[in-house]
Design a protein around this ligand. Structure first.
Ligand code: ATP
Ligand code: MG
Length: 885
């Protein structure tokens, strides 16, 4: 059975059991400050478990792209070293939201594995939660009894809290789980050691394939458990492991999920994959074919490699692959990007984003490879220096701080440093390195750590966003919680009717104020009259963000009476500028596609009150004409004063049929909001102007590149654009005052001409002066031993000195000329030896010796040499030393 068929059978099976099949959510999460990547199938359904959102149907199944490279679930270090953990993998899952529970989940799993997939029953084992006294949790007897109906009791194994109590993170939904393990060993091995002894023992052929989690609890921030209002089922089966079991293989890498990729690596590297566990070449090949999937899918989902956050995690994964292939596959040129086409052929049918984004993914990976290979090359030079220095200090161990710096600042792999050091008989201090790493983690943790307390629920009112229609609202606080971070203590609050737009879709979150209805002098029927300046009871809303489905505003302190009625008001000056920038971003997007072509797709954006930034796929620098044309088109649309057409809640298909632009890696619901300005249509949750005339004017201020195949435009609009032109005008006025002229171009041309004439005059004068000097210098030679010696200090520039020294060494036989010039801030030594003395004196060696006095270095041939230095104060010593030559 091919992997494609295996995936399809899973989905078909659960469809036949009344489940709705949904697509995988993007691998990169956008609205979740607690998690960077989908790390299990349930991530996209978190809101359902937490009760923030109602599931549209109680039974769902899918395959989810997962990434386990950070946070609570991090398998990165094992990947490549074992045969069944991946960075990115597919998790097949079925869910019940308050519908069926343990019995049906267990029955479904058993039926699928033994009757559809026909895994021999004697190869299966299951585990159940044994209970935990410290948490006051009982053994999962119900699961045990349901399993007993299918499988003999000696194959039902008790598991402890670590293995059999699943938790999403430090807090959140959790519950006992029941795993299914499969024993893939040969009959011979099975006879030697019973499988039951190898469950959860990290045996590569006795592995967990499926976990059925029974969500019953919520872990609160204080560590205690509370019962969830309803019981849910959340299951996850490793697709690649299932393929291994069904295709009769002993390693995930021997399934058709990986073999085409491995074949391509073999072809490109000329190295054969032998599937040996501890062989470094084989580890490297596994690392490469694993990591390319993670990186390619992340990029296709809109996460480009970068220097921070999720982008940095992706960059590090790619660099891990490059450094393994550099070391163990001898791949010193980019090649990983060539695997993208293979991946597309394999996965594209099910994951169309891989087909659509192939070119971009390929370009980005190639560029990353190029730049990291350069880093490796320059790192090699640094390592060499470090080794020489260590040897010269007669030490045997490279200093940890420097090895760590190479790794951390320059991205140079520590393993590579170790290998090179060992070749020279040195070692690196592994413990010291770990310590540096720990210190670094500590530092970054301190700067980002945030302690979040449990919600305090005040009102069971529905929480709605009213900010599309109004910028103020009467409202209650429905819940609040305390958070502590490096800036101090704050409170997050949720309002039942909030006008505050939460950061999202590139648009910054709203700021504003909350006025308690009990504030002295406040009249709800006339809020405008309230004296905002002098009230001490106003709460300032510092920022507004979204966490999953909740809109959370941040305030410094809680009001005296949190249960009172409030008047919420958005900072409308900022909001107005921000929405002008947002609407103009849509016009810009359309204009770019008009001018450059429809390959232009949004890859990121920032929309704030001051300016906007727009990243998009395009493969070359935009020229002046293109930029001017784009600007012109946008401004034409502004002038047309096109009214906003907002479709707040239309079926996604209808919007797409109308030609609305959707973004890759964005998770859209069944119903979407579409923003239309004439022919520009986008799926968008942001706030916008009522008609394009409000934007005023659009001005591009910069165009640059952020990554291979990605261009960035920065622009301003409205008041900021007016200000920009005003500033330009003022500058021109100042310049014209300085030049005392109205015709600036002509005046500047004239200035430049004059300047050029003056320059050549100065050059000529300099030459003249040097000529005068040369006679004085000739007379200053003195006979010393076998030679005519001139030692001279001068303030002539380097070019003139060089000319003179050359002339002197030619004209004066048996001569050595040593000139030290102090023109500028850095001293410079020039030495000339006449040809007939070159056998006795070596200008290069002399210069090296003298340069020590001025903390410099340099060299040259026997006849002529120069050295630059740092220490002007050393010139006297150098002159004295020169006389000794
Ligand atoms: P393991 O103990 O093998 O790491 P886990 O307990 O972390 O597994 P779960 O979090 O229960 O696994 O995930 C559900 C299923 O997903 C597992 O049964 C397994 O088949 C699969 N799985 C988990 N992690 C990985 C991974 N890194 N690569 C491939 N498949 C995985
Ligand atoms: Mg694990």
């Amino acid at each position: 059975m091919t992997s494609q068929e295996i995936r399809q059978q899973f989905l078909d099976f659960f469809k036949s059991k009344g489940h709705l099949i949904v697509p995988s959510a993007p691998i990169v999460l956008k609205d979740d400050p607690t998690l960077m990547f989908s790390n299990s199938g349930m991530t996209q359904f978190k809101d359902y478990f937490l009760g923030y959102k109602e599931p549209k149907t109680p039974r769902i199944a899918d395959t989810q792209k997962c990434l386990r490279v950070s946070g609570k679930h991090n398998d990165l270090d094992d990947v490549g070293r074992d045969t069944y953990h991946h960075t990115m993998f597919e998790m097949l899952g079925n869910w019940s939201f308050g519908d069926y529970f343990k019995k049906e989940a267990i029955d479904f799993a058993w039926e699928l594995l033994t009757e559809v997939y026909k895994i021999p029953k004697e190869n299966l084992y299951v585990t159940i939660f044994e209970g935990d006294a410290s948490e006051n949790l009982e053994r999962d007897q119900a699961a045990y009894d349901f399993w007993k109906a299918h499988i003999s009791e000696d194959r039902i194994i008790n598991g402890n809290k670590k293995d059999n109590f699943w938790e999403m993170g430090e807090s959140g939904p959790c519950g006992p789980c029941s795993e299914i393990h499969v024993d893939l060993r040969s009959e011979e091995e099975k006879a030697k050691t019973p499988g039951v002894q190898l469950i959860n023992q990290d045996h590569p052929q006795v592995v967990e394939i499926w976990n059925n989690v029974f969500m019953e609890f919520n872990r609160k921030a204080d560590g205690t458990l509370e019962k969830l209002p309803a019981q849910h089922v959340d299951t996850g089966m490793g697709f690649e492991r299932l393929c291994m079991a069904l295709q009769g293989k002993k390693s995930n890498y021997d399934t058709d999920v990986f073999t085409p990729l491995i074949a391509k690596v073999e072809e490109l590297s000329g190295k054969k994959y032998e599937g040996i566990l501890e062989n470094e070449k084989d580890i490297a090949i596994r690392v490469v074919v694993d990591h390319i999937r993670a990186v390619a899918f992340a990029i296709a989902d809109g996460q480009l490699p970068s220097n921070g956050g999720a982008g940095y995690v992706i960059r590090r994964i790619l660099r891990r692959a490059i450094s393994y292939s550099y070391r163990f596959l001898d791949m010193k040129e980019p090649f990983l990007y060539e695997l993208v086409a293979v991946l597309k052929n394999q996965m594209g049918a099910f994951f169309p984003e891989m087909v659509k984004q192939e070119k971009l993914v390929t370009e980005v990976i190639k560029e990353e490879e190029n730049s990291f290979l350069k880093t490796i090359e320059s790192g090699l030079i640094r390592v060499e220096k470090l080794i020489q220095q260590t040897i010269s200090e007669t030490k045997k161990v490279l200093p940890s701080a420097e090895v760590f710096e190479l790794y951390d600042t320059y991205g140079f792999p520590d393993d590579l440093t170790r290998i090179i050091a060992e070749e020279k008989g040195l070692t690196i201090d592994k413990e010291g390195f770990k310590e540096e790493m720990r210190k670094q983690k500590e530092r970054s943790k301190k700067s980002s750590a945030q302690k979040v307390y449990d919600w305090v629920i005040l009102e069971e009112k529905p929480e709605t966003f009213v900010g599309y229609d109004q910028t103020s609202s009467e409202t209650y606080i429905t819940r609040y919680r305390k958070v502590e971070n490096k800036d101090g203590e704050f409170f997050q609050i949720v309002l039942n009717k909030t006008p505050f737009y939460p950061e999202g879709g590139g648009q910054v979150g709203d700021k504003g104020i909350l006025i308690p209805s009990y504030a002295e002098g406040f009249d709800l029927s006339n809020p405008a009259a309230f004296d905002r300046e002098n009230s001490t009871e106003i709460l300032e809303v510092l920022e507004t963000k979204k966490e999953n489905n909740l809109i959370i505003s941040l305030v410094k302190e809680l009001p005296k009476d949190a249960g009172a009625l409030f008047y919420a008001e958005v900072n409308t000056a900022d909001r107005k500028n921000t929405q002008a920038n947002h609407s103009v971003t849509h016009l810009l997007h359309e204009a770019l596609r008009d001018v450059l072509g429809t390959h232009v797709e949004q890859k990121g954006s920032y929309v704030g009150p001051e300016y906007l930034r727009f990243d998009f796929s395009h493969f070359s620098k935009m020229n002046e004409e293109e930029l001017a044309l784009v600007e012109e088109k946008v401004n034409a649309k502004i002038k047309e004063n096109i009214p906003l057409q907002e479709f707040r809640n239309i079926p996604i298909q209808e919007a797409l049929d109308k030609g609305a632009m959707a973004l890759f890696g964005e998770k859209y619901g069944d119903n979407v909001r579409m923003i239309q300005f004439g022919s520009s249509r986008e799926l968008c949750g942001g706030t916008h102007v009522k008609s394009t005339g409000e934007i005023g004017h659009f001005k591009l201020v910069a165009e640059s590149s952020t990554a291979a195949g990605i261009r960035r435009i920065e622009a301003i609009s409205g008041d900021k654009a007016t200000e920009y032109f005003k500033n330009l005008e003022n500058q021109l006025k100042e310049v014209s005052a300085l030049l005392k002229s109205k015709d600036l171009v002509k005046s500047i041309e004239k200035l430049l001409e004059e300047n050029a004439a003056l320059k050549s005059e100065v050059e000529a004068l300099k030459k003249e002066k040097a000529k005068g000097e040369i006679n004085d210098w000739k007379n200053a030679f003195v006979q010393k031993g076998d030679k005519q010696l001139l030692v001279k200090r001068t303030s002539l520039d380097a070019g003139s000195v060089k000319d003179i020294v050359f002339q002197l060494k030619k004209e004066i036989p048996n001569s050595v000329t040593i000139v030290i010039s102090d023109a500028g801030e850095k001293p410079m030594i020039t030495v000339g030896v006449s040809a007939d003395l070159e056998a006795n004196y070596h200008a290069g060696n002399i210069v090296k010796e003298l340069a020590k006095e001025i903390q410099g270095g340099g060299g040259g041939n026997p006849g002529f040499a120069t050295a630059g230095g740092k220490n002007l104060a050393g010139i006297e010593n150098a002159l004295n030393k020169a006389l000794e030559i």
